[in-house]
Design a protein around this ligand. Structure first.
Ligand code: HSE
Length: 295
């Protein structure tokens, strides 16, 4: 049996929804796998780790961990990978590898895991459910890990247009989490919680102006992370001047995500920010997809 597993990119937080909100984007990690004598990984594109032994690869480690957790053995596989999700840019590349690995074990060891179980396992590995829930379910998700289960609620947001601005440098999540404070003052926490609630309400009624406004009101992490992304302040101002509703850091960065109108003049930004890879996409609605392509 050969399976094809396709996992979308994801953008976590949307500003104030720190470690809780996520949205799926139409850039994909695609995994083709079939049982083999021994593990083999072939990279068919860029945006994939190089020089790793198969068993050191996050996707394979996750697949083996998942099968073992369910007391099953996973046959070695010949795995071909293609990716459109750049590494360490805040677009959920590790979440995609984790979800892809769990689904590989699910298919090859016949675990019969539900989406709820996949998200819960992935959240355990990632430490927070925002990216993994969006990667599994698609659209915009609100997610919380409750210990014994991970609860996910999905919001329809497929009509939104997102400007994705990807720099060519990496920013490790551990570095971007390392600049955050350990505690917050009560007034900061109360205001940040209120702002996150308003953002979810705006998403649920599809009000792009309000979503954009609240995306920029975070106090949990963006004030500390903005200085890690050299162009962030100027970019936020420039896209606003050109008609964007709002901009936040995508996940831990350094990619920036702006909510924009469909007719946003992206070409005017390209000349201002030649070092950024810019694209406008809509929310990806489908989430994780799997098909058997041969017996
Ligand atoms: N919510 C996470 C963060 C996403 O902002 O650190 C990156 O893993």
């Amino acid at each position: 049996m050969t399976v094809e597993i396709r996992v979308p990119a994801s953008s976590a937080n949307l500003g104030p929804g720190f470690d809780c909100l996520g949205l799926a984007l139409p850039f994909f990690l695609t995994v083709h796998a079939s049982p083999s004598e021994k593990w083999k990984i072939t990279n068919q594109t860029e945006h994939l780790p190089v020089g790793l032994q198969p068993q050191d690869h996050l996707l394979v480690r996750t697949a083996l961990w998942t099968a073992e957790k369910y007391g099953q053995s996973l046959p070695p596989c010949d795995v071909e990978l293609s990716s459109e999700i750049p590494l360490a840019r805040g677009l959920g590349s590790s979440a995609a590898a984790i979800v892809g690995g769990i689904q590989l074990a699910n298919e090859m060891a016949n675990l019969k895991l539900s989406c709820e179980e996949i998200v819960h396992l992935a959240s355990e590995l990632e430490g927070h459910p925002d990216n993994v829930a969006a990667a599994v379910y698609g659209e915009v998700v609100v997610a919380i890990d409750l210990g014994s289960r991970t609860e996910v609620m999905k919001l329809h947001a497929a009509d939104f247009y997102w400007l994705v601005a990807i720099p060519n440098n990496e920013l490790k999540t551990s570095v971007a989490r390392g600049v955050l404070p350990d505690t917050y003052q009560r007034d900061t926490a109360v205001k940040s919680s209120a702002v996150a609630n308003m953002l979810v309400a705006a998403l649920s009624i599809g009000d792009a102006e309000k979503v954009g406004f609240y995306m920029e009101q975070d106090n949990f992490h963006e004030p500390y992370r903005f200085s890690l992304i050299e162009h962030a302040e100027a970019f936020r101002r420039d896209v606003k001047r050109l008609g964007a509703f709002g901009t936040s850091i995508s996940g831990a960065g350094p990619t920036l995500l702006s909510l924009v109108p469909a007719e946003f003049p992206i070409e005017q930004l390209s000349s201002l920010y030649p070092h950024l890879s810019l694209s406008i996409v809509t929310t990806w609605g489908a989430g994780l997809e799997t098909k058997q392509i041969a017996k």
